[in-house]
Design a protein around this ligand. Sequence first.
Ligand SMILES: Cc1cc2nc3c(=O)[nH]c(=O)nc-3n(C[C@H](O)[C@H](O)[C@H](O)COP(=O)(O)O)c2cc1C
Ligand code: SF4
Length: 517
Amino acid sequence: MVKCFVPQDMTAKAMGADQAAGFIQNAANQSGAQVELVRNGSRGLFWLEPLVEVETEAGRIGFGPVTFDKLDTTLIDALLSADQSHPLCEGLVEEIPYLKNQQRFSFVRAGLDDPLSLAFYQSTGGYVGLRNALAMSGQAIVDQVKESGLRGRGGAAFPTGIKWQTVHDVAADEGETKYIVCNADEGDSGTFADRLAMEADPYQLIEGMTIAAMAVGAEQGYIYLRSEYPEAHRILNAAISIAEQANLLGDNILDSGRRFNLEVRLGAKAYICGEETALLESLEGKRGMVRAKPPLPAIKGLFGQPTIVNNVLTLAAVPFILREGAAAYAEVGFGRSRGTLAFQLAGNIKRGGLVELGFGPSLKSLLDDFGGGTYTGRPMRAVQVGGPLGAYLPESQWDTPLDYESFAAKQAVLGHGGVVVFDDHVDMSEQARFSMEFCVAESCGKCTPCRIGSTRGVEVIDRIRANENRAANLELLEELCETMVDGSLCAMGGMTPFPVMSAVRHFPEDFAAEGSK
Ligand SMILES: Cc1cc2nc3c(=O)[nH]c(=O)nc-3n(C[C@H](O)[C@H](O)[C@H](O)COP(=O)(O)O)c2cc1C
Ligand code: SF4
């Protein structure tokens, strides 16, 4: 019997994983070969997808990318006999440097097995964290999260333990419950780590949310899922139902007498619905408008009750902390950025995919060691880190260490770890315009600097690009950006100036000619 793994991840499927699985199964049926086909998650090496693996005594041998055009009997024969002389053979998967040189805490199980196999999850340390948590007081769990130094992975990097402490300390109204809300809206450009975590290892998120519930005394949780993620939707719903049947969710978790129920809700297809208060409005069935803070969602959140809102990866980091201890997590990292971050390499890059590393290495080493240059083979010119509201970094800043404070010192952000690469064909004035226009399209409309400012911003950039009163318009753009930073209610309007002004500052040659009228 040959055990063969073909990922069911959305990227792998988009690249032809279903056809590869069908082709292998047909070939096996015709030749009478005994094949056990496992639809695993992805390892996040997207440049190799579909990455088909074959189990051997020496370990799992990988072939990739097994795209539709390469599927022939020679490849299938090589696959089923783990013939390493085939040109698509990558050798032992665990030895591929892209994977081997990562430090995986949250993605350690990704791609190893069927993501819905609860037996596999539990055989690899799954639910040890929850069992530990059930034997602790809520305060002791919160203390562990505080000591780990975990900061929110959704963008703002707020200390998770402090948020949990607030929810722990406030009581819900009589007859009401506290809530755990997972922000799985993942709207940033070039990001896919949340999706991969949900598709490849759903129980880790479910366990993390259940531990959060035990910490603060919540009884209901929601995963607010980006509606463009149908595979994650299917997998999460199936995993929740399996966890319920196994008494890992529901009214009497692991016979502890504790209750926690969990549901998936599809998002409203708007970037602003990733902002936590707009998300809560949307979850309540209203239009996704930002709420003024205070009150914090931790005090008055979903349906007016104390609510933890955390990103997928923040919650997915929690089982490790409760299993291995806060110190094991805090040991890794740099400065006040503890643990690991899942970087997502995207855009014009040769080896796009997920790279989980402890904070601290430079952006350049991430790009060189993992990315391998641009996809087009042309020189790299600009790198946008941290999503559509993140700054564009020129080459002179690529030595910046990947940690929250070092990026802030450069007026940049790490955000959710998205890294989008551009080659020397990029026109940075066009990128600046795109950033402003993004804000026009995605603004919730509640405050003037963002709603009106972004529209005026596009007009000013257009005048600069047309060489109309260049100096005066550049000054006006700077002033407008300052107003947006100072006067916007949320980070949508408050951060749009980051990409815009970074493009102007670092790539002035793209903003029309000097000495114009
Ligand atoms: C415009 C905007 C969009 C956002 N989109 C997301 C998102 O898609 N996912 C996410 O986790 N956080 C997003 N955030 C951050 C959330 O508001 C919030 O800080 C986060 O969910 C808190 O979780 P964390 O502490 O675990 O990071 C966004 C913020 C803004 C201002
Ligand atoms: S900054 Fe923009 S998105 Fe945020 S509240 Fe104001 S109008 Fe809405």
